[in-house]
Structure formats: C-alpha cells, structure tokens
Design a binder for this molecule. Structure first.
Ligand code: FEO
Ligand code: CA
Ligand code: CA
Length: 646
C-alpha cells in the first residue's frame, strides 16, 4: 500500500437521501434476480438465460454440481501472527524477501544488513502480483515471476529494510538498496518429492529493479514529455517500481503494472513547480517519504520535470529471455495501474482490462489493432490499439443485470470531445495524461478500482472496488457514501464480445459488517451474501481459477474493532459466481495484506503472497521469535493432492 492515507472518515454522516438511493439500488439488485441458493438448479438456469448464455458455457465442475464449486469448509477469522487455512490444506512459506536468487549469492543476513549489491541478487520486498509460467506445460516446473511493490521504510518508527541501522543517517547506499528491493523477480521453480524449490543455477533467474534499463514503446514513445537530460530520445528509461498487480499474455509474457509511482517524485528545491497534470497524478508538493530525490536527481521534478511521465505504465517482460529489455507499453495509458487482465475478443484481438487505483478514478480497456495469432509471433501486439474508459449508467437492461454501460474512446482524432480539447496536442498526450482525457469524457468515478479478472468460460468481468471513505456523491455502481468496506461489481460485454463498446453491469457483493450493523437495511451491513461468518473489508486481489471459482483477497483495516469488529486480519475468500456464496479460505498474519494469485496448469498448486506483515511493527512472521517480519510467497496445496478449492 504505502499510499498517503486518506483522512479517517468513519464518522462522515450518511445522509438520508443517499441511504434511500442505496436501498433502491440494492433492492432492485435483489428483486431482479435475488440471491441464488446452493443447489438451486432452477435459479441457476434463469441466471444463465442472460445474454451470455448462448456464447458461454459452464465449466465442467459447475455443470456436474451446481452450487458446489466451493468444496472446502469455511474457516473463522483470526488475529494471530500466523497463517490459518481451510482444513485439509497446507500453506508453505516460499521465497521471502532477501532469499538469494543465485547460487553464488550468500544467505540473507537476518539483521537485514545486506547492502544494495546483495539486494540486487535477492528476492525483493513487498511481494504483490505473481504468475506461474509453466515450462512445457508442466505443473512441476516453471518460472515464478513476482512484483515487489515497495519497501517498508515508514515514518512510524520501524524500518525493516535496513534492520537496526534504521534510516538515519540517510545515504546514497540506502537509496540504492531501496531501489534494488523494488521491481520484479523471475525464479525458476521445481517441485521435487512434493516440495517446491528454487533452481538457483538456472539461467532464467533474474532481478529487475528500479535501475534496470527498459524501453518506452507505442504511440507516446519519443514524445517531448518523455525526454530527459539522460535520455534525449524519450525511449530509454531506467527501472520500474511500485509494481502492484500484474497480468500475463496468451504469448507468455508478464505484465508488471506501475501503480503509485507519484510517491517517488518530489522536490528539494523548496519551489512547487508541479503543473496541473502532475498534481492530478499526485506528485508530492515537497520531499517524498522514499527520499530517493536526495541522492538521485531524476526523482526531483524541479531538476528533471519529465522523469515522472516515464512511470505509470504497464511493463511487458519476457520471462523466458533473461536478456530481453522490458517494454513500457504506452498504448495502454498512464494511470496508477493495479493489474492487467488480458483476454481475447471474438475476432482474436487482445483486450486488456485495467483499473486506476485511487478514489474516484476509472476503469479502462485496451483493444489491440491486430489479432493474436496462436501459432505465430506476437511481439508488439500491445503497441497499437484503442483505449477506452468506462461509464456505468443506471437504468433498465435487457437481461438480469442492474444497469448499462459504455466504453468511451480515448482517441484524439476519432473522439470529437478530445479533438476539440486543446490541452491535448496529440494522441501521445492523451496517453501520457490519460486521467485528464478520461475526465473530459465523463467516465464514472469508481470506489478505487483494484484487480480485474475475467470468467474463464463466459467472459464476464469482475472488479474489486476496495473502498472510498471520502465518497459523498453516489452512483448506482458505487452506491454508498463514505464507503468503508468496498464492493465487487461485474459486467458482461454486449454479445459476449470483449471488444464490444457497451455492456451490462451488476453488483456482485457489497462488503460490510453485519456483526456491528445487524439491521440488514443499513448499507454498512453489506449485501445478503455477506454474513457474520464470511465478512471482510477492502477486497483487492481477485482472480478466477480454471473452474470458475472467484478468489478474493483483502487489503483492508485489521484493527478487528469499531467498524471492523470481528473481521480480523486480512484474508482470502472464495466465491461461487452463480450462487454468490462466499467462504473464507485463509487468513494472513498480523498487519499484512493478502495479494497476488496464480496456479499451476493442473490447479493443484496455488501461489499467493503475504505482503507487509508487521507494517505497523507488530509481527515476526514468517520466521517467528524476534525475527524481522518479511513479505513472502505462500505455496498452497491440498493434502490429498486435489484441486485447490475443492
Ligand atoms: Fe497496490 Fe492498489 O494496491
Ligand atoms: Ca493491490
Ligand atoms: Ca490495495
């Protein structure tokens, strides 16, 4: 996370008219379709009678056992400094921060005294997005690629990155170590005798950091706003950072998404030279908390005004070629990217769904110009295409969803609104200042769009809207003022085609706290599929498995008190998209978030990440005793060798 915290607005009053609007929205959702009960075959059939029924089909598990997609027993919440998991499953810690990636690299020093050079050869900090790339289709061997979102260098009296050394005196060496703890790890992993290990002599192992050379490609590459003194071409950039969620393409590349890049750009000049766009993207008025600008002047916008424009992109990485230069794909727009969910349109063009994670920001999709070729070479498919932003409307639908929506084209020439807007001289500027262009089109301001995932069979798209405590003006898809708990919404594209220009949308779940708010008419109690047994706040990570189970991970408040009473630590749950039932599968250790999700092809190993345990100073996970807490991957297996979630 490491986002500037919004003021705690738990006590923002919810006014009556907003409450009424909320009730109308929710009651309509319930009455139009109601909540399907487990085993309710007829209701399930009705659900499938929607527009997608003709082009989608249920997965095997669904058709054999309607309503029994969730095969495990739900677990209670927890506040302990340990991982709890459903009975019959095992979670094993793997590759915590500092784990050496190469045979010649020494072991991680348990007092965190390793220097920048060592960190460049070790697993980075704050694991987030993750993907398993099978080697030749194997479920026993592959490349595990992980984002390292940020470093826990806080202002709260704890500093895990430098151990007892702390942040003072601050130094160039500490900046270098912090930069090397960011980025991406590529690890060759093998399962031997039932146990996963890293092959530390593999040529695939690689660290990408905030200093790794990469290219800017696509329509904005080379634009004036991307040129710096160090790169007069506007096409060569050093590093990627704040890589939050991720994506992967059908041609087996990894997408690392640059999220809160703004937090790394400030100025020591004493003069706030930010322009309107830089303010809109949230660059700091003065010094940053990361303090990279103290020793690396490209992070001081008064010295290098264009450097920040070179971040906020989606970075395509080829994990199978350790020498390949990562490419920042400007055609996909510059926002605070959460993840990138790739799918194919009816005509095989590539569609990428993306959220911009900040309060009142938007949801986007990219549609490539050329079609994906399953048997061909697809090196630069993400360099040309159309970018759209979503508008969610209220009103009647043809099917059983709650409202309609439209995809608004972010194109300087083809969209008359942008054509007439002289703030954007070219399409490159629309892409560099995507947020401003989306404002101009009247897109819908969402409750912090996090991960997006598409259903493996019917193509429905789900997104987590994590929370928005500052929301006052509501709309149908974001129906609560001062939204503390978040919601998941979904949509189906017209004709079931991911490239369609319109869609119908629906609320899947409104998180809430029915323990504290027993009156189910209170918006804070959540939707009907939230109970005192499965409640959570702030859904963030989200992914479908092959059978269509929807896995939900949280990055929320873990106080277990007040508005969050009874919700415990951050957790992972699993939902059946048809019955809407949600069960808790796993709870993380203290002060962590649960994020990132991927599976082996046989769905019998799941990899997720535990990020920032002890971010407030109260955890020793995973090593225990008095150890420094470390972000790590969890490898989840079923004790009988079965498919995860059954
Ligand atoms: Fe890095 Fe939006 O979470
Ligand atoms: Ca996230
Ligand atoms: Ca988050």
């Amino acid at each position: 996370m490491f986002k500037p915290r919004s003021p705690d607005s738990e006590d923002i009053p919810t006014n009556d008219s907003a409450n009424e609007h909320f009730q109308t929205v929710v009651q309509r959702a319930w009455s139009r379709r109601g909540f399907l009960k487990r085993g309710a075959g007829l209701s399930a059939a009705l659900f499938l009678a929607g527009p997608l029924a003709a082009c989608g089909h249920r997965s095997k598990a669904q058709s054999e056992n309607v309503g029994t997609l969730l095969g495990f027993e739900a677990i209670p919440t927890s506040t302990s400094d340990a991982v709890s998991i459903a009975r019959g499953y095992t979670a094993t810690v793997f590759a915590p921060w500092g784990t050496p990636l190469f045979a010649e690299t020494g072991d991680w020093k348990t007092d965190a005294s390793d220097d920048a050079a060592a960190q460049a050869k070790q697993v980075g900090d704050n694991h987030d997005g993750i993907h398993f790339f099978a080697l030749e289709g194997s479920s026993e061997e592959g490349l595990l690629v992980i984002n390292h979102e940020y470093t826990t260098v806080g202002d709260k009296g704890y500093t895990w990155l430098f151990g007892a050394d702390g942040t003072e005196p601050w130094s160039a060496a500490k900046v270098a170590k912090a930069m090397n703890a960011h980025g991406v790890s590529v690890m060759h992993v093998v399962r031997k005798g039932g146990k996963w290990e890293m092959n530390k002599t593999s040529p695939y192992n690689r660290r990408i950091t905030a200093s790794t050379e990469m290219m800017l490609t696509g329509p904005a590459a080379g634009h004036m706003l991307l040129k710096t003194r160090a790169d007069v071409s506007g096409t060569r950039v050093l590093g990627t950072f704040n890589n939050c969620g991720n994506g992967w393409t059908p041609w087996n590349t990894y997408l690392a998404c640059e999220e809160n890049f703004n937090n790394y750009f400030g100025t020591l000049s004493g003069t706030d030279t930010r322009n309107t766009a830089q303010k809109r993207y949230g660059l700091s008025a003065g010094a940053t908390e990361y303090r990279w600008e103290d020793y690396a002047e490209r992070f001081d916008y008064a010295r290098e005004p264009n450097e920040s424009h070179r971040f906020g992109w989606i970075v395509e990485i080829d994990p199978f070629d350790p020498t390949a230069v990562p490419r920042k794909r400007t055609a996909l727009g510059r926002i605070k990217h959460e993840n990138a969910a790739c799918t194919l349109a009816a005509d095989q063009r590539v569609v990428v769904y993306m959220g911009d994670d900040q309060a009142d920001e938007y949801i986007y999709k990219f549609v490539s110009e050329s079609a994906y070729r399953a048997d061909g070479y697809n090196p630069d498919l993400l360099d040309a295409g159309k970018l759209y932003v979503a508008r969610f409307d209220d009103g009647d639908t043809t099917g059983d969803f709650m409202g309609k929506g439209e995809w608004l084209l972010l194109d300087k020439e083809a969209n008359p609104i942008l054509k007439a807007d002289n703030r954007f001289a070219s399409q490159a500027e629309v892409l560099i200042h995507t947020r401003l262009a989306a404002d101009a089109l009247g897109a819908t301001k969402m409750d912090r769009p996090e991960w997006i995932s598409t259903h493996p069979d019917n193509g429905e798209v789900y997104v987590t809207l994590t929370n928005n405590s500052g929301r006052q003006q509501t709309n149908a898809a974001n129906p609560r003022q001062a939204n503390l708990y978040g919601q998941i919404i979904r949509w189906r594209e017209t004709g079931g085609d991911a490239a369609a220009l319109s869609f119908e949308w629906d609320l899947f779940v409104l998180a809430g706290n029915p323990l504290k708010y027993a009156d189910r008419k209170n918006p804070k109690s959540g939707s009907e599929n939230i109970t005192t047994e499965n409640m959570f706040n702030s859904p963030d990570g989200l992914a479908f498995d092959k059978d269509g189970r929807l896995w939900i991970q949280t990055d929320g408040k873990y106080s277990n008190s007040g508005e969050y009473e009874g919700q415990g630590n951050n957790q992972m749950l699993c939902a059946d998209p048809v019955s809407k039932e949600i069960r808790r599968f796993l709870v993380g250790p203290k002060e962590c978030e649960v994020t990132g999700i991927t599976f082996t092809p046989d769905s019998r190993t799941m990899f997720i990440n535990i990020q920032h345990p002890g971010e407030e100073g109260d955890s020793h996970w995973p090593d225990g005793g008095s150890a420094i807490p470390r972000s790590a991957t969890l490898i989840i297996t079923k004790d009988d060798g079965g498919v995860i979630g059954t």
